[in-house]
Design a protein around this ligand. Sequence first.
Ligand SMILES: Cc1cc2nc3c(=O)[nH]c(=O)nc-3n(C[C@H](O)[C@H](O)[C@H](O)COP(=O)(O)OP(=O)(O)OC[C@H]3O[C@@H](n4cnc5c(N)ncnc54)[C@H](O)[C@@H]3O)c2cc1C
Length: 571
Amino acid sequence: MPDDPAVLPAAPVTKVAGVTTGGAYELPVYPFVAPAELRGKMGRHAVVVVGAGLAGLTAACDLAQHGVPVVVLDEDDTVGVRGASSRGICYAQKSLEIFKRLGVFERIASRGVSWSVGRTLAGSDEIFTFDLKSLPNFGASEQPPFINLQQFYVEWYLVDRAYELGTVDLRWRNRLAGCAQQRDGLMLEVETPAGRYEIETQWLIDCSGSRSPLRSILNVPVHTEHVVDRWCISDVRFKTRPPAERWTWIQAPFNDDRAVWQHLMADDVWRLDYQMAHDANPEEFSQPAIVADRLRRQFGADVDYELVWVGPYSYRGQCLETFRVGRVFFAGDAAHVMSPFGARGGNSGIQDADNLVWKLALVLEGKAPEHLLDSYDAERRAAAQQNIRITTRTARFLSPQAPMDRLFRDAVVSLAREYPFARAFVNTGRLSSPTHYQGSPLNVGEGGGRSLQNIALTLPDGKRGDLVDLVEYAGYRVLGLVTQPVDRYFAEELDLLEEKYPVRFFRLQADVGVTSAFRTVVDPDERLAAELGCDGPSTSLVRPDLHLAGTLDAAGAPDIERALRKLLALT
Ligand SMILES: Cc1cc2nc3c(=O)[nH]c(=O)nc-3n(C[C@H](O)[C@H](O)[C@H](O)COP(=O)(O)OP(=O)(O)OC[C@H]3O[C@@H](n4cnc5c(N)ncnc54)[C@H](O)[C@@H]3O)c2cc1C
């Protein structure tokens, strides 16, 4: 296993053309090991994941933690994109909570940059400022609103974790080339440096990114939106540090009145993103001399910096018409692609995996029917569509094409300088936040679908923990959080439900002093009770992905059982 990532001293970039530069980071290279199938051993696997990017590695680690062995195929042998800079930089609270459960949060937090303040400028006027920590939808979690970290570090930590878990069979330089659906499984064709082989699996999660081969193999219709907007990344290390805040300019005088992003990542590297004119030549725009000129205009003539990486990019919007074809699930960029505004791409892929894995694990355990898996498409395709809608609106604001869009944008910018009401329309990216599955077929009551924050609690063993710890404590079962009294008779009924269904019940109470014969979780400030919407005696069912399935007022055991059966797609 490689050591902790080390960054080479940034070499001055001499050759800049498209995405062919880079090399300022030393990334690990994982060995190709000839798989058992090449030695004639055929087995049937429970799950194969194609693609060891953010989505695939999250799914693999999560499956392993649920006790499901998994094979991961990746055509490459490293993390990140070879020769290019980091793509993603911002990881949102919901993803950080998932990473805590997967055991990589501490590494991410200690290398990354935690931030919550964002400023939006037009010229030299600051027209909008926020501090995410003060917002109720970010403030209750044990994880910060955002951490910035180069994407390859996150992938690297997940690879380390996958090796550590021991049941993830990571197969580097294994390229998926074919997939045939069988009656109760799939036969995959894989190319390796040592030849081709076939592998049989019950389920497949396609996390192979925006060029997924499975989309065409399985003929999945894709809705695509092409965009003309183009940007240039300049990753830079400064001798004097700007503040660790997210700054965005809608109109930056130092970029000919076009948009600019400024964000700190790990290792003191700043991500500066410059919007280009539509007729700009991307290669010319990315020349070190031109970059240097822009940096001098932005930071002053004596700016002292090292260029870590520079290169142009463009984006598009894409969404598959279904995220499930028989035994194949699409997740991450394989399922949906969106503009980077608001950091929704990678974060939503991580959340796709989080949504799918607990369901798949229950199906493989025989605790829920295959029908439960249909909710993955219902919930995550709706999330993707919402994310694409939101990011497309930002793109229209930042790069207005239609005269009406331009008029609107210019009016907002000019009004926002003076009037607070107009600041709500300033849109340089609505930051990634979890999707609430309001229309989900698995919802069973009040508040159904709401994503819960990782709130601090005292666990039944008296240890300080949080909601993520409670999910682990409960063995990834559904949580039944009871605020109504649990007498001996009711406790026996709950025990019976635990025997029949994958659920663990806990009495939720605010006061440490109150003793209860039943397993107790202390919610000292009643923050969790507030999130669950409990304003009286109730039972809340919480899914292992920390979405509330619903809160039932003063429900008896038969009502709770009915709700559980709906949540597990048993009815
Ligand atoms: C400039 C930019 C900035 C961004 N910023 C952010 C951000 O701040 N936050 C955020 O959340 N997202 C961000 N994104 C989006 C994010 O980078 C992507 O959404 C994310 O990389 C998608 O992850 P994935 O695992 O789905 O796919 P990928 O990361 O593309 O991984 C796919 C994997 O599949 C493998 N593969 C492909 N084909 C095969 C095959 N046939 N067989 C085997 N393996 C195969 C590849 O080698 C690769 O490892 C940004 C994107 C860009 C371009």
